[in-house]
Design a protein around this ligand. Sequence first.
Ligand code: ADP
Ligand code: MG
Length: 288
Amino acid sequence: MQKNDRKDHNEIILELENVCYTYEDGTEALKGVNLKVVRGEKLAIMGANGSGKSTLFLTLNGIHKPNKGMVLYNHIPVDYSRKGLLALRKKIGIVFQDPDNQLFSASVTQEISFGVLNLGLSFEEARERVEKIIEELNITSFRDKPTHFLSGGQKKRVSIADILVMNPEMILFDEPAAALDPKHARMIDEIIDQLSEKGITVILSTHDVNRAFLWADRIVLMDEGSIVSEGTPDEIFTDEAALAQTNLEKPTVLKIFESLCKSGVLDRTLPVPHTANELEQYIREGTV
Ligand code: ADP
Ligand code: MG
């Protein structure tokens, strides 16, 4: 299956038109950002610390209102009234980089139940949803603990459960693997993969070039509050100028592939491999 076959006829779900955002101290964090997000897509946002990724996310779900420009969700400009924002946040969930900014209830189960009990569902329905998420995200063993006693990986799972239980159409993950050990980072990757399979639109900010190369349909590179480049992972990671500007390394598989092409071991007209297995297959077949 081609990656793009999964998209719903390239329907635009979210659009930013010339969005500018300046913090109170005068920091211009977004300087005229234009972006279209397709329903069901896997979009990675990359760029150095301070390039504006988190500010972009906070603008996407209405926490920040642009000083200039517009955000449209399902082709309708965001309504910044309290009611409008509540409606938007049911559709777009955000998992903050630091779970401590997100978790505030006493126990894990209370935390996950809080939002869903305010959705207007019957009590039974709400409880069923909470139980399902607790099971799916493997939270059962610490469901009665106070959230502040949890490990970093557990907190991250609870902060994701908080969002998933609301059944959003789109989820924003701000550096979800930051500060997690490899096992928990993999667990989060798997959860994100499952969301994409369900057709949920996922926007992820990450510094992990290998993950972005393998996972994303499209990558957007940010630098100093602007989008400097966007394209498929293959386009972005072969764009030497954009990589240099944003200080990004090439993914390991691509580095080895290009080096083997250069030394004549592999044919550079081969489709770019995205996994170590694909690369190994080329080498085994001796495809010179
Ligand atoms: P990233 O997530 O890519 O690291 P941020 O969106 O956090 O980037 O930051 C973009 C710019 O905005 C940086 O210069 C940062 O220092 C500044 N910034 C972020 N939050 C605030 C804030 N609350 N007040 C003032 N400046 C901020
Ligand atoms: Mg950030």
